[in-house]
Every structure is written in structure tokens, then in C-alpha cells.
Design a protein around this ligand. Structure first.
Ligand SMILES: Cc1ncc(COP(=O)(O)O)c(C=O)c1O
Length: 417
């Protein structure tokens, strides 16, 4: 009987080198790196400073400039900058007219905001399962969840890869549903050659620091519909209008304004807008580097037993926000927790994206139960995100590859012939 795989005999020089840091071995690097990080340069700081010394620090000319830049980048008629990606989703649901009794279908494999926005409007999130290879919401699973109460679909471009928007668009047209695309991860991505932002009825962006482009916080709502644009524009500033055409009382003075509906203060500051505009100047560089790193990881992990990679659909030209490795329990003899902790000890600190939304105690209290979306649940058990951001050096990338290979080799099941 021959034992293949990890040497179980006397420690050799090689097995000493590869002793896991969590077991007292040498970590692959001395300083920690994490799954995501912003990149801020002097041009960004100068852009922010220029606003700080001016007259307007809340919504002003830089917000307008940002909106123009987003329209051009995403090939869309209207962009409204808002305080963050969650506010963008809330505004999108408001614009789409989501209310009590309405169902909105979304994926559980996302940040909670993609479903919370439906609850904010009094609607009901309905979770449709993912495709187990691309990790994005499955059009076939969506179809199964459509009822007479369904009003919209929120498709999330998970990790930056565009959701399979053509069949989802078809479903929306067939059933008269609004298509909202949560593009928090996917600025710069194209679907069938069309930039994310102009495919769905309404698209939302996030400028949180781990995203490809950051404003510290920030978000935007993109649409080609003037009606949706007007609703978002009012919603982000309390639904208060200064436009006489919209007012009930048209005879008051220039000080007069009217609140037409219940809105919020979801405005973006001008200094955040200046930062985002300055970051957009670097988007091509950011995208190129992210793609390079993804290519290196894909090549390095293609032949590592126990590591399964996310499948890319040919329709998506992806600027990846997250790089996920999926552990294969048939090959690796460890829990995700053990792998995660071992990576952390190697000083390559992963993260898990995401806990299925309906696992959260709040959603359980609302009556959602485990078992709703088996593919998403199975994926959650085995995934982690490894470092992917613009300023990762080649050495950081090498260290990350080494750490994954080292931990995977350690936990590889023995093959008995
Ligand atoms: C898919 C997705 N949607 C929405 C959001 C919310 O964005 P923000 O953090 O800007 O509110 C996030 C943020 O992490 C996200 O990952």
C-alpha cells in the first residue's frame, strides 16, 4: 500500500519549511495583508482639500461633476450621487414604487443591504438560489419564485462579475418587473460589451473603501428613466422640492419649499464627490491591476487540489472586486474555519463573503428558515476571499499564492491506492 500526498514519516527539510504557522512554523510573510484596501494618492488628497477650503462642502459642483462622469462611464442618462450604496438601494426601491405587499426577488449570496432595502420600503425580500459555479443569482431559480405579487428583481453582480442579465431582463419583460442591478462590486465591468449601469432599469453603486473606487463612503443611482431619476433626486433630500412646477402652493416667495413625500437625507458631500472623481481618473489602472492579479491567481490555483475557482461567464468582462476560493471537502481534510485560521496565521488574512442574508437572526425572526437556497448555503460553508486590491505588490500576490498552496497541501487528504 503506497501513501501519496503529505509525507507522514520523519520530518524532512521540506516538511519543516512547510510547517503551518498556526502549528508553530514560519509564516509566509511577517506583516498582515487583508482581503481589501483602498488606494489613496496625493491627487486624491489635493482634490479633497480644494473643496474643504471652498464655500460649499455639502452637495455642490463636485457632486454634479461626479454625476456627469458616472453618466459618461456607464453610458447612462441620469446619475444621482447619494451617501452610500445602501442609500442607493433604498432610493432605487423607492423609485421603483416598492411598498407593502410587494415581493422583490434577490440573492442570499450578498451583503444584507441588497435585501434590507426592500424591507425599508415595506416590501418582502424573496430569495432565489445561485448558480453553484458562477455564484450569481440563477435566472431559472428566479422564475420559480415569481408570483403575482413580485414587483422587482434585484440582481447583484457578486464579486464584480455581472449577473446573467439577458435572461433576467427577459423575465422582467415577460412579467412586467423592474430590474434593479446592485453593482456595488462591479463598477467598470461590462455585460455583452455594455457597461454596468445601462443594462438594468436602475443600477446602484457603492464607494465603500474596499470597493474598486472609494469616497470613504458614497453611492450612486443610475437610470435611463427620467421618472425614476426625479423620484431618486427628491428622495435623497427629504422629498423636499424647491421647484415651483412640483408645488401645490405656487404663490409663495423664493424662500418657500414643499415636502411632497417621506424622504431622507441621503446627500453626498462635495469633498467625497471630489475624492470619487479623482479615483475615477485611476479606474483604468485599478481595473488593469485587478485583472492582472485575478489572472495570476487563476493560473496559480488551477492545479491546486482542493481549491475550486469561481466560473466566469463569457458575457461578463469583469473588473473583479473580490477573489473567492472555494474549498473542496472531498479533497481537503479540514473545516473552512481551520483553513481560514491557518491562512490568518500565515499573515494572509481572508474574509468570508457572504453569510447568506437569511441566516442573520433578524431575518430568522421575520420567519425565513435555513434550507431556502441550498446552493448558496453549501457555497457559504466552503468559501473565503483572499487579498485583491490595486496596491497589492507582486510579492504580496506571491505570498498569497504560497499561503493558499501551503495550507491546501497540509490539509490534502491522503490518497490510498
Ligand atoms: C453587494 C452590496 N450591496 C450593497 C452594499 C452596500 O453599500 P454601502 O456599504 O456603500 O452602503 C454593499 C457593501 O458592502 C455590497 O457589498
Amino acid at each position: 500500500m503506497a501513501i501519496k500526498g503529505r509525507d507522514r514519516g520523519q520530518p524532512t527539510k521540506r516538511s519543516c519549511i512547510l510547517k503551518l504557522a498556526i502549528h508553530g512554523g514560519e509564516p509566509v510573510r511577517q506583516t498582515k495583508i487583508y482581503y481589501g484596501r483602498q488606494y489613496i494618492d496625493q491627487a486624491d488628497c489635493d482634490a479633497v482639500n480644494a473643496v474643504m477650503l471652498g464655500d460649499l462642502i455639502t452637495t455642490g459642483p463636485r457632486v454634479k461633476e461626479l454625476e456627469g462622469r458616472l453618466c459618461a462611464l456607464c453610458d447612462v442618462n441620469y446619475a444621482s450621487a447619494v451617501a452610500n450604496g445602501t442609500a442607493a438601494l433604498h432610493a432605487a426601491c423607492y423609485a421603483a414604487g416598492i411598498g407593502p405587499g410587494d415581493e422583490v426577488i434577490t440573492t442570499p449570496m450578498t451583503f444584507a443591504a441588497s435585501a434590507n432595502c426592500v424591507l425599508y420600503c415595506g416590501g418582502t425580500p424573496v430569495f432565489a438560489d445561485i448558480d453553484p459555479t458562477t455564484y450569481n443569482i440563477s435566472p431559472a431559480a428566479i422564475r420559480e419564485k415569481i408570483t403575482s405579487r413580485t414587483k422587482a428583481i434585484i440582481a447583484v453582480d457578486f464579486t464584480g462579475q455581472a449577473a446573467d442579465l439577458a435572461p433576467i431582463r427577459k423575465l422582467c419583460d415577460e412579467y412586467g418587473l423592474v430590474l434593479i442591478e446592485d453593482a456595488a462590486h462591479s463598477i467598470g465591468t461590462k455585460y455583452n460589451g455594455i457597461p454596468v449601469g445601462s443594462v438594468a432599469d436602475i443600477t446602484t453603486l457603492s464607494f465603500h473603501p474596499v470597493k474598486t473606487i472609494t469616497g470613504g463612503e458614497g453611492g450612486a443611482v443610475l437610470t435611463n428613466s427620467h421618472t425614476y431619476y426625479r423620484r431618486v433626486d427628491l428622495f435623497r433630500t427629504h422629498c423636499i422640492t424647491r421647484d415651483v412646477d412640483d408645488m401645490h402652493n405656487k404663490t409663495e416667495g423664493s424662500w418657500y419649499m414643499e415636502q411632497l413625500d417621506l424622504g431622507y437625507n441621503y446627500r453626498l458631500t462635495d469633498f467625497q464627490a471630489a475624492l470619487i472623481v479623482s479615483q475615477l481618473d485611476k479606474l483604468d489602472r485599478f481595473a488593469k491591476r485587478r485583472k492582472e492579479i485575478v489572472r495570476r491567481y487563476d493560473e496559480a490555483f488551477a492545479t491546486v487540489p482542493g481549491i475550486i475557482l469561481q466560473k466566469e461567464i463569457p458575457q461578463s468582462d469583469t473588473v473583479r472586486h473580490l477573489y473567492i476560493i472555494q474549498l473542496d471537502p472531498a479533497v481537503l481534510n479540514c473545516t473552512r474555519r481551520a483553513f481560514f485560521d491557518a491562512m490568518t496565521a500565515e499573515n494572509v488574512v481572508p474574509m468570508v463573503h457572504y453569510i447568506p442574508v437569511y441566516y442573520h437572526p433578524y431575518y430568522q425572526r421575520l420567519g425565513y428558515t435555513k434550507g431556502l437556497c441550498p446552493y448558496a448555503e453549501a457555497l457559504y460553508e466552503n468559501i473565503m476571499s483572499i487579498p485583491l486590491y490595486y496596491s497589492l505588490t507582486d510579492k504580496d500576490v506571491d505570498d498569497t499564492i504560497l499561503a493558499v498552496k501551503k495550507v491546501a497541501a497540509h490539509y490534502k487528504k491522503q490518497m490510498v491506492e
